[in-house]
Design a protein around this ligand. Structure first.
Ligand SMILES: Cc1ncc(C[n+]2csc(CCOP(=O)(O)OP(=O)(O)O)c2C)c(N)n1
Ligand SMILES: [Mg+2]
Length: 318
């Protein structure tokens, strides 16, 4: 992989991490509004997958995929604005977290709260591409918990049958809310689950951004070229609670320590320095740029107006 791309990956992951940290701090200070889900630990997945998408592909990110929104071109002002329920937010004040931050002009379908309903929706988009004979792919995400739902199996069944240009990333972060993997399913072998539907399956280290990027890029290209769907299991760890209110005391401390050593942002930085791709000064500069960018986005969102009550009925179709 060329060096500028590796550095760009660091910049996006750092922007994502900085956004996440500032968001958590704001909510703890009582400056937040709705529920907020930290994606700490998921940056290599959200950024690696986001960077692998082509300009004509469509993506439906999940609640821990802040990086995908940012890479895809969603401005941080619109995301913070959304989280604060402001008129400047992506849903114009209709929601107050990452849910609903969609923009089809950017090729982003907003996150659908009912898990895992982004899957059948994205399969529909993929099938539209196939019917129109367009070389485009549709990608979405699901958590380990979401794979236990019927819609996961229904979607994979049809994706395999129709050989749709569909790519699904399973973000296996070891927990669904407070429920660990071994209390969710008999055998957490996600590749096995998907392969029975006639789908290519790959498992990737979800904390290694270059690996995630390359795996997703290959799957998306195969989909665009008519090679059918892929399910990618990306293994990682949810490093904070389910949402801001959850202290996650039920997660063994040793497990978090183990995954902290595999932190995706720290480790990519280390890789760039050790392989002489970037200097400490270059990376420090990117850190400073991320801090400034996020501070500006927060100031913009906090200063923005609430929606005008007269617009309440806008966007209501039935
Ligand atoms: C149908 C449905 N039931 C319950 C919820 C509430 N809920 C939101 S996230 C979540 C846990 C999901 O776990 P997982 O799929 O592993 O994703 P993670 O949060 O770990 O990234 C639950 C139960 C929901 N959004 N939709
Ligand atoms: Mg999970």
């Amino acid at each position: 992989m060329d060096e500028p791309t590796q550095i760009e990956m660091y910049a996006w992951m750092k922007l994502t991490r900085t956004f996440d940290e500032q968001m958590v701090a704001m909510w703890k200070q009582g400056r937040g509004l709705g529920g907020t889900f930290s994606g700490r630990g998921h940056e290599a997945i959200s950024v690696g997958a986001g960077m692998a998408l082509g300009p004509d592909d469509v993506v439906a990110p999940m609640h821990r995929d802040l990086g995908t929104y940012l890479v895809r071109g969603m401005r941080p002002e619109r995301i913070f604005g959304n989280m604060l329920g402001k008129a400047t937010g992506a849903s114009r004040g209709r929601d107050a977290n990452l849910h609903g931050v969609g923009d089809l002009d950017l090729g982003i379908i907003g996150f659908i709260s009912h898990l895992p309903q982004s899957l059948p929706t994205t399969l529909g988009v993929a099938m539209a591409f196939k019917y129109r004979d367009e070389p485009r792919a549709a990608m979405t995400f699901v958590g380990d918990g979401g794979t236990t739902s019927g819609a996961f199996h229904e979607t994979l069944n049809m994706a395999g049958l129709w050989q749709a240009p569909f790519v699904l990333v399973i973000e296996n972060n070891q927990y669904a809310y407070s429920t660990p993997l071994d209390q969710q399913m008999h055998s957490p072998n996600f590749s096995e689950r998907a392969s029975v539907y006639g789908i290519t399956t790959v498992t990737v280290d979800g904390n290694a951004v270059i690996d995630v990027f390359e795996t997703c890029a290959e799957a998306l290209e195969r989909a665009r070229m008519g090679g059918g769907p892929t399910v990618i299991e990306a293994t990682t760890m949810r490093m904070l609670g389910h949402a801001i209110h959850d202290g996650a005391e039920y997660v063994p401390a040793g497990l978090l320590e183990e995954w902290e050593r595999r932190d995706p942002v720290t480790n990519h930085r280390k890789h760039l320095l050790e392989s002489d791709v970037a200097s400490e000064a270059t990376l420090d500069q990117l850190d400073a740029t991320a801090r400034e960018r996020i501070a500006a986005a927060i100031a913009d969102a906090e200063g923005a107006p609430m929606p005008d009550p007269d617009t309440l009925g806008d966007g209501v179709y039935a």
